[in-house]
Ligand binder design. Structure first.
Ligand SMILES: Cc1cc2nc3c(=O)[nH]c(=O)nc-3n(C[C@H](O)[C@H](O)[C@H](O)COP(=O)(O)O)c2cc1C
Length: 278
């Protein structure tokens, strides 16, 4: 059974729940801003991502509070001083980040409330966060308001001017996801960690164009045993590989072959899977 929700006749708080609990996991922007009186603010936003590389653009979205249709101080500050530092959130600081998200008064500095160390930025006025592994100094190019009601987001388009990376998260000069330990936002009170057990690689068929599932031999494509994921691994090959000598003496029936191939695919042995299937 599928539950289908008519958005127009459903209250915003419920839609917020459906969206924020399903569009997951989301990265978290920890945003440092300042207003024209010099009041500092630091708050997390998981409606966030990277949208351009040249120019380098990050976008996050403070949403108008559903309960009273007020705007977030972060947005108010950005309208006064069009700059921000976006810091990334690692496991080590996730609880402090959550604490900083309380509805403190506008003149409260969340650096102090949540125990973070302010570091002066090189190019902009808002401070960066010493404890974060990556800090982006940004100028705000545009704010796109998506509505005026409670729940309406405002897209804050941030151009990255300078990037600060803690060298402790590097392995052979590359960002190491297991050292970065980035935290993601899931639904309700759930957060995700970046652990070896939770990550796996999917080799991108970048140097060759995969043949596609529609070009797999029919017997494979219509398999009752191989899943869509497994067919996709096979279909990432440029063309159906040629049969090798040793696989000619294979007297298994189709079901047995598909079960064996599935086993090879689970082990990451694509070539062996193909040879069994041919
Ligand atoms: C991990 C996390 C992610 C959040 N993401 C968002 C978001 O994307 N948009 C939003 O409006 N509020 C988000 N919030 C809530 C704000 O951080 C919270 O409303 C905060 O008080 C805003 O602070 P400000 O009014 O000082 O800007 C998030 C809170 C947490 C803990």
């Amino acid at each position: 059974m599928i539950r289908s929700i008519d958005v127009k006749s459903t209250e915003a708080a419920k839609i917020y729940n459906y969206l924020s609990n399903t569009v997951t996991p989301r990265p978290i922007a920890f945003v440092s801003t300042i207003n024209k009186n010099g009041n500092k603010n630091l708050s997390p936003f998981s409606f966030f991502n990277v949208f351009s590389v040249n120019p380098p653009i990050l976008v996050f979205s403070p949403v108008r509070r559903v309960r009273n249709n007020t705007s977030k101080h972060t947005l108010d500050n950005i309208k006064e001083v069009k700059e921000c530092v976006i810091s990334l959130v690692s496991e080590e600081i996730a609880q402090q980040v959550s604490l900083s998200s309380c509805d403190f008064e506008a003149n409260v500095n969340e650096f102090k409330k949540a125990g973070f160390t302010e570091v002066e930025s090189d190019l902009i006025t808002p401070s960066r966060v010493k404890e974060s592994p990556v800090n982006f100094e940004c100028k705000v190019n545009d704010v796109i308001e998506l509505g005026a009601e409670g729940g309406a987001g405002s897209l804050v388009l941030c151009e990255v001017l300078k990037i600060h990376i803690d060298e402790n998260i590097l392995t052979k000069k590359q960002i190491d996801p297991f050292k970065l330990k980035i935290v993601s936002r899931l639904g309700a009170n759930w957060y995700g960690k970046t652990t070896k057990e939770s990550l796996y690689e999917i080799t991108k068929p970048i140097s060759k164009i995969g043949m596609g599932i529609d070009n797999l031999p029919e017997k494979i494509r219509t398999s009752k045993i191989l899943t869509g994921n497994e067919l996709a691994i096979l279909a990432s090959a440029k063309k159906v590989p040629s049969k090798k000598e040793f696989s000619l003496r294979n007297n298994k029936n189709t079901t047995e072959k598909h079960i064996l191939a599935k086993d090879f695919l689970i082990q990451g042995k694509t070539e062996e899977a193909w040879q069994i299937l041919l």
